[in-house]
Design a protein around this ligand. Structure first.
Ligand code: ARG
Length: 455
């Protein structure tokens, strides 16, 4: 029976519980398609090298095409993995004489890593497409909300005046770097390990470059030990996804904070909001919260992979099978999450008035005022920092009065307490403060990459 076709040395059949423990069948479903493509290319090459007659090749290919069209017909019960199940399927359809030759000069060790490389290649393309859409959505939203001034935060405390669009574009820049990283990873993934066989190649004449070309690879992973043992390209890919989802987590967190009633800068579209079973007023940002969690999961998938791979001996060990779930999981989660953030960002309602009000009642203009003293009064920055700090302190003690509402008498008395205060007259100081509106703050901040609208 084909059920135990790999078991040539062991006399007993595998223990049922152990079989289930060993099986990777559940996660192999997502590489089945690539296992079929790889088997087709391998068989064509075997024929070209004279190891299969055209009759045998035809039988094998038609069985493989059948598997491609009707994957449900592949018997999986009792097999260890999809490679075994597919080979058994082909032998059943094509007969032992033809089908039994398909696994010539091949091992599951080069086969499985081939499949994963092909799957990751496709995943990278899909993720980059989704990423391009997200970046485009952020840029469109930035154009739409260009003028919206709002406070920027460090330590989550008001820092400087900025614009909402400046934040959106900052995300776009970070995501473009993720795309660059994926582009580089793709090149390392896009090399064929097929033909490395179990670990040391084959005595049967094969053409590794031919199968690489048939399967669309740029080149081959030359060294047969490297080809079957190394998972570094997958680690690099997972690390890239961990970095990417950590950026998505940051975007989600910004949006969560800004959508609270306290901030009210943005509101999620209803389609992107959950609610409460108990509190009727609730509109919760659950998709964004899960985005934060997904970033943790992808990062932990990377850590799982590193833990499995580190210090494994060279040559295939079954431990490597368990790299597959966290790797493919990271791919799927990342793709999902990008799409959620894309939709959430595009459908976001932006409350410019609320942002503007927060900006105009904020002390986030303090640094700009200090810089005016540096530019106009040639004051050392350290002295200007002291004066403006003292003015803010006075205003804050008056029920958080905006700086522009300070009276001349307040300014005069504050300047008197400051050593450097003698170098600026109270009325000049008043004028600088009053002029420093959020709009002016954005206009004067001219340095490259600042939120100045020209920039
Ligand atoms: N199911 C295995 C995996 O996913 C395939 C390779 C098995 N190879 C072996 N020599 N046992 O890694």
């Amino acid at each position: 029976t084909l059920l135990y076709m790999y078991r040539s040395r062991p006399k007993d059949k595998l223990d049922d519980h152990v079989l289930r423990f060993l099986s990777s069948m559940q996660h192999d479903q997502s590489i089945l398609y690539y296992d079929i493509l790889g088997s087709e290319a391998h068989s064509i090459m075997l024929h070209e090298m004279g190891h299969l007659t055209s009759g045998e090749l035809k039988k094998i290919l038609s069985a493989l095409e059948d598997a491609k069209k009707n994957p449900d017909r592949i018997e999986t019960e009792g097999y260890e993995d999809i490679h075994e199940a597919l080979e058994a399927f082909v032998i059943k359809r094509a007969g032992m004489d033809a089908g039994g030759k398909m696994h010539t000069a091949r091992s599951r060790n080069d086969q499985v890593v081939l499949d994963i490389r092909m799957k990751i290649r496709d995943d990278i393309n899909e993720i980059c497409t989704a990423l391009a859409s997200l970046i485009e959505g952020l840029v469109e939203k930035a154009k739409e909300t260009k003028q919206a001034a709002m406070p920027m935060y460090t330590h989550l405390q008001q820092a400087q005046i900025g614009t909402f669009s400046h934040f959106l574009l900052s995300y776009a820049y970070a995501l473009m770097r993720d795309m660059e990283r994926l582009y580089l990873v793709y090149q390392r993934v896009n090399q064929s390990p097929l033909g490395a066989c179990a670990i040391g190649g084959s005595s049967i004449s094969i053409d590794r470059k031919r199968t690489a070309v048939l399967l669309g690879f740029d080149s081959i992973v030359r060294n047969s030990i490297d080809a079957t043992s190394s998972r570094d390209a997958f680690l690099e890919y997972a690390a890239t996804l961990a970095i990417l989802t950590s950026t998505l987590g940051r975007i989600a967190e910004d949006f969560i904070i800004w959508s609270t009633s306290e901030f009210g800068y943005i509101e999620l579209a209803d389609r992107y909001s959950s609610t409460s079973s108990a509190m009727p007023q609730k509109k919760n940002p659950d998709p964004l919260e899960l985005t934060r969690a997904k970033a943790a999961i992808v990062a932990s998938n990377l850590v799982s992979m590193l833990g499995i791979v580190k210090a494994l001996p060279s040559g295939y060990s079954r431990d490597l099978q368990d790299v597959k779930p966290p790797l493919l999981g990271a791919s799927a989660i990342t793709l999902d999450t990008i799409r959620v953030i894309d939709g959430a960002a595009r459908s976001l309602k932006v409350n410019k008035e609320k942002m503007c009000r927060a900006a105009s009642t904020s002390y986030a203009i303090a640094l700009d005022i200090a810089e005016q003293l540096v530019m106009k009064n040639k004051m050392p920055f350290r002295a200007a920092h002291k004066i403006v700090g003292a003015l803010v302190n006075r205003a804050a003690s008056m029920d958080n009065l905006p700086l522009a509402k300070l009276q001349l008498s307040d300014v005069t008395s504050v300047l008197k307490t400051q050593k450097a205060g003698v170098s600026i007259k109270p009325d000049e100081m008043m004028k600088i403060i009053k002029e420093m509106t959020p709009e002016k703050s954005l206009q004067v901040r001219k340095s490259t990459g600042s939120p100045n609208l020209q920039e």
